[in-house]
Design a binder for this molecule. Structure first.
Ligand code: GLC
Ligand code: CA
Length: 572
């Protein structure tokens, strides 16, 4: 199934330090834009986004002002979990294109000064992966069984799962197999869907294979990997029972026998050695859900990965006190390991922040549209706050258009596997995966080549007004706010860089902090003020307004009015 590429002898060169940022680690303050390939741009009109589509839109991303692009999986996959079920780690799924398309995409991105990060899914494969298929076909004696977690069932006839672990997507984390002779056989472990069997990382063949996969994509020229379920690879010895149900609720707080086991770190140390063999600072980014930010910091020790997503930040509501607390906690926890903090508000697994903040505080998957106008106003303010913090920021495609989540998708079009396995993680992730509106007045709004053509999830009629075309040149649009913010961030050395914020006194319900340029140059300082309340608040103006999430901040003499739910950037 592996596709061959004509010429891999010339790795596509990464952007040089001169065109892609500073020298002490380009990634330390990078703005990284997540592309969800199914939903970004469809070049051939089949309703599914693809690599040539992404390639054709790279100039848009360069002009937006991001440093790197992270692509969710585009590998050969039956798409039981939208590509997070990989059948061949070295092949592009025909639905997305070919390896040659991937090669062209990487080269074009580099020529535009953009870096490319690909998704790596090492916790589990697809059940259609050759190893798993052989393990099933060959039966209990197959040596390939040990590359996954096969176990006999409990009970008189093995009719009960081997332990009490629950799948994140709902139901037991075990599925029973059938022997080649048709009799009921062993069970296999899958922390996610049954189509996603977990690898056994104690088996050296698994580790060898992933080192080889890393090299394959590094040779293709990618600048890094986002590591899916980085906290899940190693399971506690003996796969012990948890002894409690409703395990999803425990995930945030307790160390589970299948997550965040200390053994994962040895794997990342071995990967770091490989990344460091390649020129151009290739990076690893952990998707690690751990009970505390301190435990997240373990993934980014100097001999492990470079960054880890800050899900504590993503889970924090629009509230000044809570935000200040999580910002301090995040910066403090990364300082001992000298890793940059990261910031993220949206991704393909959670309700978009424009919708979360228009609803009362709750979890990260929400089914109600809430107050759309309020949500967008807060989302714009939250983005300016995020982009003013030291470290690297992750944007999710479409947030720059202020897209809301689509909360009213009909059940028949939904594809999130957890939607169909009730009682697991809420299955409402399709709402943030609806294809991007680019232009025109008729769906798919330039997502595909033909007006009236298909898109794998339907787009709401209101999205005509939210397209890239409709927002471009409109100074009040969210797209222009993102463009301005990213341009200012590039021009202001005090933004993004460093590891400190200096909190300034500010009235209740507001935040004010100063950022000083690392080089200490005159005029290089910057202040950010945030008002998370529903009332305007008057403060002493800290300097000259650079940008405001509501378009304007009134300044009279030395008094400035911070409008309700707004963020302002100031040059001082
Ligand atoms: C990660 C991905 C998510 C996927 C899961 C299983 O959390 O972000 O989309 O469903 O892993 O691979
Ligand atoms: Ca397509």
């Amino acid at each position: 199934m592996t596709q061959n590429l004509a010429d891999t002898s010339r790795p596509a060169a990464a952007p040089t330090a001169a065109n892609a940022g500073e020298s002490r680690g380009w990634w330390r303050d990078a703005v990284i834009y997540q592309v969800y390939p199914r939903s970004f741009a469809d070049s051939n009109g089949d309703g599914m986004g693809d690599l040539p589509g992404i390639r054709s839109r790279l100039p848009y991303l360069r002009d937006l002002g991001v440093d790197a692009v992270w692509l969710s999986p585009f590998y050969a996959s039956p798409q039981a979990d939208a590509g997070y079920d990989v059948a061949d780690y070295r092949a592009v799924d025909p639905m997305f294109g070919t390896l040659l398309d991937a090669d062209a995409l990487i080269r074009d991105a580099h020529a535009l000064g953009l870096r490319i990060i690909v998704d790596l899914v090492p916790n589990h494969s697809s059940d259609q992966h050759e190893w798993f298929q052989r393990a099933l076909r060959e039966g209990p004696a197959s040596p390939l069984r040990d590359r996954y977690h096969f176990r006999p069932g409990k009970g008189e006839n093995g009719e009960l799962p081997p332990n009490d672990w629950e799948s994140i997507f709902g139901g037991p984390a075990w599925t029973r197999t059938e022997n080649p002779d048709g009799t009921p056989g062993d069970w296999y472990l899958h922390l996610f869907a049954p189509e996603q069997p977990d690898f056994n990382w104690e088996n050296p063949a698994v580790a060898d294979e992933f080192r080889s996969i890393l090299r394959f994509w590094l040779d293709m020229g990618v600048d890094g990997f986002r590591i899916d379920v980085a906290h899940g690879l190693v399971k506690a010895e003996g796969l012990p029972d948890i002894g409690a149900g409703d395990q999803l609720k425990l995930l945030g707080n307790d160390v589970m026998p299948f997550f965040d086991q200390d053994g994962v770190h040895e794997i990342y140390r071995s990967w770091r050695r490989i990344l460091d063999e390649y020129p151009g600072e290739r990076i690893g980014v952990a998707e690690a859900w751990t009970p505390t930010v301190q435990r997240t910091a373990n993934y980014v020790r100097s001999d492990e990965l470079h960054q880890a997503f800050n899900f504590q930040y993503l889970s924090t509501y629009w509230d000044s006190a809570a935000l200040r607390e999580v910002i301090d906690l995040s910066l403090d926890s990364m300082r001992p390991v000298d890793a940059p903090t990261t910031w993220v508000l949206s991704n393909h697994d959670v309700t978009r922040h424009a919708t979360r903040f228009g609803n009362p505080p709750g979890n990260t998957q929400i089914r109600t549209p809430g107050d759309r106008e309020l949500g967008l106003r807060r989302a714009r303010a939250a983005t300016l706050l995020m982009l003013a913090l030291p470290g690297s920021a992750y944007l999710y495609q479409g947030e720059e258009l202020g897209l809301p989540d689509v909360t009213d998708l009909p059940d028949e079009v939904r594809q999130d596997p957890s939607f169909f396995r009730k009682a697991g993680q809420d299955g409402f992730r399709d709402g943030c995966r609806v294809p991007i509106p680019w232009s025109g007045t008729e769906a798919p709004y330039g997502f595909g080549p033909t007006a009236g053509g298909p898109s794998w999830l339907p787009q709401p009629a209101e999205w005509a007004a939210l397209s890239v075309e409709a927002q471009t040149g409109d100074p009040t649009s969210t797209l222009e706010l993102y463009r301005s913010a990213l341009a200012v961030r590039r021009a202001q050395p005090a933004l993004g860089g460093g590891t400190e914020v200096t909190w300034l006194d500010s009235p209740e319900g507001t935040l004010a902090f100063r950022r000083d340029s690392a080089t200490g140059e005159e005029g290089g300082s910057f202040v950010c003020t945030v008002n998370t309340t529903a009332e305007a608040v008057t403060v002493t103006a800290p300097g000259r307004v650079l940008l405001c999430s509501t378009g304007n901040t009134e300044v009279t003499g030395d008094q400035a009015v911070l409008q309700a739910d707004s963020t302002t950037w100031w040059a001082v």
